[in-house]
Design a binder for this molecule. Structure first.
Ligand code: ADP
Length: 607
């Protein structure tokens, strides 16, 4: 199983098969269940199929020698195969393993004729013992324990102890002696112990009590001291399971059995090497003995077990059983999660942008509304200007008359000072009246850059509005009456805006009572509703609103007046709704329209 040295190489002068589909027979020593040979055989097949583009006839024969080791069986197999392949002699025979090699060498004349023979999967001493003919070419596996020891040193740079394990079979002992010689130099750096001549139980017990700074090299245990037979990897499995230090070995088969790794020949690599030889042979190229390539191989699960780092592995090491990282394992879920997060982020950004946009739009529309309300105020002031001027004229006229009367009294020989005092008091009152009219006018025209929230009593505001309207009503011959709630009706809004609502509705009401010869009454009434709202109703004795138009009158630009804009009620509704209220229009039973403006009561400030 170890070294195979050959002194010969063989060249073949010409291609051995003119047939476009050369025949290659692969002989397996055991049955199809033995992984080592079937893995190598598969690699041979795949490589040859690939190299020839499928133009090859591949045959497989399983000698089944582990179950039928008898000489008679071997002879029967030879006869059978000789007959079977009589008309289809192989061009190349690949014999995997020592027993297959011996079989084909012994029976090549009857079975393979002039076929090129390639043997593989065993080592120098075996080859020499078999006395292979010079034209039989080998792909040999050579194991070098030094490379595995160096591999272990890289992963355990601080190890101070070296333990080498070997069994008691002839081969095991030979391997131990070879290893001692090969490791002579290497082991100088360590306190080295050869664990040999032990039973399997002793191997297990000793390796279960090793200091952790130890390197354990497992050679082979085909037999233990008590003479028990083992498949070496099974023995290694028992030892590695409880070992207190990492176990390394020069065989790929140990990998799955608890070995951290080592410098090994893999069966795939061996198969590929054999296939390359076979392909060259098919093409008539000279072929010579080769050595199957070695690899450093490590088991990721064992690296984890011993806390070793992948980074310390020699470059090019084949890492087996590497657990995929979370991302590798759940890449789809991770991808979906990232996509969802990305989509959500985009959605959030869009919503924020949208919110910002909406806010800007809200501010802009509020500013526009304030502009419109102001225009509406100006229009109202314009409509009322005649009556306001008239109203203002009264105190001004009285002041002038009183002033004239006072100067006449003063020019008399004996001025009546008491009378003058009375006249001056009247002048002051008239001045106050004029001042009130002007300040109401000012209030009517007040422009808002922003809404001025304030709490006020709807009763008071209604009274002020009536004062503004009074002059106009008188001018139009309209009787204005009002009743107000006994309770205060606190409302939170911008006073100027709500006053504008009252004026819009009241002026419309006065417009509706234009016809002569009819009683003209304008009634303003405030009350606290059952559901605790503040309500102002404005009713008139006009013609009322056609039933089908009760909703339309609030639409912008709806007007029935020759010089109307159709904006008054639409502005009134916007204002009322801005402050959380409602505006309703209906017709009274005895004629005339009724407008009800309802606001929520301002809540008492809580502390
Ligand atoms: P405008 O006064 O410029 O016409 P408004 O929006 O204030 O615009 O009024 C819209 C319409 O509603 C009026 O043209 C009128 O037809 C109707 N209207 C409003 N108030 C009354 C009312 N008290 N009686 C009858 N119709 C009314």
């Amino acid at each position: 199983m170890l070294l195979f040295v050959t002194s010969h190489s063989t060249a073949v002068g010409e291609a051995i098969n003119q047939d476009p589909s050369p025949r290659v027979l692969v002989i397996y020593p055991y049955d199809e269940r033995v992984a080592a040979t079937t893995v190598a055989g598969e690699a041979v097949r795949n490589r040859l199929l690939e190299a020839t583009g499928g133009k090859i006839d591949l045959f497989s024969e399983f000698l089944d020698l582990s179950r039928f080791p008898e000489h008679e069986h071997i002879e029967r197999m030879a006869q059978f195969l000789a007959i079977k392949y009589a008309d289809r002699r192989p061009d190349v025979v690949v014999a995997l393993g020592e027993q297959s090699a011996k079989f084909i060498v012994d029976h090549r004349a009857s079975l393979a004729g002039n076929a090129r023979i390639i043997v593989a999967g065993f080592n120098k001493s075996t080859g020499l013992q078999m006395n292979l003919p010079t034209d039989v070419i080998g792909a040999f596996t050579e194991f070098n324990i030094i490379k595995t020891a160096e591999f272990a040193r890289r992963l355990q740079p601080h190890a101070r102890k070296l333990f080498v394990i070997g069994g008691s079979s002839e081969f095991d002992r030979w391997w131990l002696e070879t290893a001692k010689a090969e490791l002579a130099e290497f082991s100088k750096d360590y306190v080295t112990t050869y664990l040999e001549d032990l039973t399997i139980e002793e191997f297990v017990a000793k390796t279960a009590a090793l200091p952790s700074n130890s390197i354990v090299l497992a050679l082979t245990i085909f037999k233990d001291r008590s003479g028990r037979n083992f498949i070496p990897r099974e023995a290694v499995k028992q030892i590695a399971a409880t070992a207190t230090a990492p176990v390394f070995g020069p065989y790929s088969t140990y990998i799955e059995y608890g070995s951290v790794g080592g410098n090994v020949v893999t069966f795939e690599a061996l198969g590929r090497t054999v296939a390359d030889l076979a392909f060259d042979a098919i093409q008539g190229k000279p072929i010579t003995h080769v050595q199957a390539p070695h690899f450093n191989v490590a088991d990721a699960r064992q690296l984890d077990r011993w806390g070793m780092s992948e980074k310390d592995l020699p470059p090019g090491t084949v890492l087996m059983f590497r657990q995929p990282s979370f991302l590798e394992q759940h890449w789809l879920a991770a991808l979906l999660a990232s996509a969802v997060i990305a989509v959500q982020s985009i959605a959030i950004i869009l919503l924020l942008v949208e919110r910002r946009r909406r806010r800007t739009a809200e501010v802009q529309s509020r500013h526009r509304l304030l502009e419109v309300i102001h225009l509406n105020q100006s229009a109202t002031a314009g409509a009322l200007s005649a009556s306001i001027a008239h109203e203002l004229n009264q105190p001004l006229g009285a002041i002038r008359s009183n002033a004239e009367a006072a100067s006449i009294v003063l020019r008399s020989a004996c001025p009546d000072l008491k009378l003058i005092e009375q006249i001056l008091a009247d002048i002051q009152d008239d001045d106050q009246r004029a001042h009130d009219i002007i300040s109401r006018m000012r209030g009517l025209l007040k422009k808002r850059a922003e809404i001025e929230w304030q709490e006020f009593d709807l009763n008071d505001l209604t009274a002020t509005a009536i004062k503004i309207l009074k002059g106009e009503a008188v001018r139009r011959g309209i009787e204005v009456s009002s009743t107000h709630a006994s309770d205060a009706l606190p409302v939170r809004a911008d006073k100027v805006h709500v006053q504008q609502v009252i004026l819009n509705i009241a002026i419309n009401a006065m417009d509706a009572m234009g016809k002569a010869g009819r009683e003209k009454k304008l009634m303003l009434e405030t009350r606290l509703t059952k559901d605790a709202n503040a309500e102002l109703s404005i009713s008139d004795s006009g013609d009322g609103i056609p039933d089908g138009k009760l909703a339309a009158i609030f639409e912008p630009f709806y007007t029935t007046k020759a010089s109307g804009t159709g904006l008054g009620l639409s502005i009134a509704r916007t204002i009322v709704e801005t402050y959380g209220g409602r505006i309703l229009a209906s017709n009274a039973r005895d004629g005339g329209a009724v407008f009800r403006v309802i606001f929520p009561l301002a809540k008492a400030e809580t502390t």
